[in-house]
Design a protein around this ligand. Structure first.
Ligand SMILES: Cc1ncc(COP(=O)(O)O)c(C=O)c1O
Length: 445
């Protein structure tokens, strides 16, 4: 356990840090500072214990400051701080690629590394465009995402993404992007545990986009198997299979953005496995290192990778990469993280906990302003009715109350509370989350 009572240094000037995705002025009036972490908890600089109900940003799946992961990072820093992976490489990048490829279903056999989910989404979109180029289909340039989708904050990701605030300030974005409709219909799906029965037909909207643009212009469809950041929208039963079939019919690549769902969040290494659908590419980040060192990547099917492996041997096959692709610290952290997932059977644990987790969350139905609750794997979301004329305020007040009064970290998307704890959560701690969230919801009634 960390020395929870010792005081860490508290910065006395919060002005210089322009915080991402944060209402800076509200935060700086009443900061929520974190100084240390261990297992299921954070600790404030004053030593107050905060239950982590969000695995930070859906990434610390193995819990915090796990000894073997910490040691692997420390040892790696002492042995090899950095080496390039352009034209040179270090052994752990290969070892990790093989481990990830072995976890991925089907012939998703090749791994391209980057440093974040945003880079992973942009990398996958670029590989899709380049694949069609090198296979003689250069007219396939359109990229299709989905309303309410989140694929990070790069220009590629926000172009195919479907969250209006992430798009509307940033110009015209990539040309040629289009969107499938969201799969959410509250009237028919509210308070469903897991995947809703209603909504597979939303995949058929891809047929309409093909009719509008012609398949010869469409490169790829990218979707999150479970739309996370927008507020946990599990896919309707059969939806992803149908999307796969339509993509196959028209030669369109299918990309699953598994930045949240990858590495166990839905009880399987990848959501692709849960849903029995093999996409052409899977993006990942977050859980691959349990959030300890930034890392992302794209897992690519064999035929896509192989299509690039032509021309003279000395020629670069794909003009893409990041200085820190496959950074040694990230690789060491990821290898140690995958060991923890395997040795502690954490993906299986998620599958075991899912029914209890869902039942516990659904017990909040009936509290004031709760208009929907959704859950799948070890994720959940609670939609609160907005205060008229002040969208997001009720959610923000709940976040403040929960941190300062209840000692719990939640995640918000507008007035939706998102809950995605580390996989090491105990059943008692599930109860604790529900109690604390319930009191926070009542406090903002
Ligand atoms: C599905 C998905 N894709 C991409 C991203 C972006 O990841 P990052 O913030 O690491 O760039 C996220 C982040 O939450 C995500 O949920």
């Amino acid at each position: 356990m960390p020395a929870a009572t010792s005081r860490a240094e508290v910065p006395n000037d919060l002005a210089a840090f322009w915080m991402p995705f944060t209402p800076n002025r509200a935060f700086k009036k009443r900061p929520r500072l974190i100084a240390r972490s261990k297992d299921m908890h954070y600790y404030t600089p004053e030593g107050r214990e905060i239950l982590d109900a969000t695995a930070a940003l859906w990434c610390c799946n193995a819990g915090h400051n796990r000894a073997t992961i910490v040691r692997a990072i420390q040892e790696q820093a002492a042995e090899l701080d950095f080496s390039p992976t352009f034209q040179f490489a270090h052994p752990k990048a290969f070892a990790l690629s093989a481990r990830i490829a072995a976890l991925a279903p089907g012939d998703l056999d090749h791994v391209f590394f980057c440093n974040s989910g945003s880079e992973a989404a942009d990398t996958a979109l670029k590989i899709a465009l380049a694949f069609h180029n090198v296979t003689g289909n250069a007219s396939r340039q359109r990229l299709i995402g989905r309303e309410r989708g989140y694929h990070g904050v790069g220009f590629g990701g926000i172009s195919v993404g479907g969250m209006v605030n992430n798009r509307k300030f940033f110009g015209t974005l990539l040309a040629g992007a289009d969107h499938l409709p969201s799969t959410y219909d509250r009237e028919r799906q509210a308070f469903t545990k897991g995947e809703p029965e209603y909504g597979a037909h939303f995949a058929d909207e891809l047929e309409k986009l093909v009719a509008l643009h012609d398949s010869s212009t469409i490169a790829a469809v990218i979707v999150e198997p479970m739309a996370g950041s927008t507020g946990v929208l599990p896919p309707p039963k059969g939806y992803l299979k149908r999307l796969r079939e339509i993509c196959d019919k028209y030669g369109i690549l299918l990309i699953f953005d598994e930045v949240i769902t990858g590495f166990g969040r839905l009880g399987f290494a990848f959501a692709a496995e849960r849903y029995g659908v093999i996409p052409d590419m899977i993006t990942f980040a977050k859980g691959v290192t349990s959030g300890t060192v930034p890392m992302g990547g794209v897992i690519v099917r064999k035929h896509i990778h192989d299509a690039f492996m032509k021309g003279p041997d000395h020629a670069i096959e794909l003009f893409h990469g990041y200085t820190y692709s496959g950074h040694p610290l990230a690789c060491a952290a990821a290898l140690a993280t995958l060991d923890v997932y395997r040795d502690e059977k954490l993906f299986e644990r998620v599958a075991e906990l899912e029914p209890k987790w869902c039942d516990a969350l659904m017990s909040l139905k009936g509290l004031p302003n709760v208009v929907d609750i959704r859950c799948v794997g070890l994720t959940g979301a609670i939609d609160l009715a907005a205060i008229p004329g002040s969208a997001g305020l009720r959610g923000y007040k709940a976040l403040e109350h929960s941190f300062h009064e209840e000692g719990i970290m939640l995640r918000l998307s507008g007035d939706t509370i998102e809950l995605t704890p580390p996989f090491i959560i105990s059943e008692n701690q599930i109860g604790e989350i529900v109690d604390k969230v319930g009191r926070s919801i009542k406090a903002v009634a």
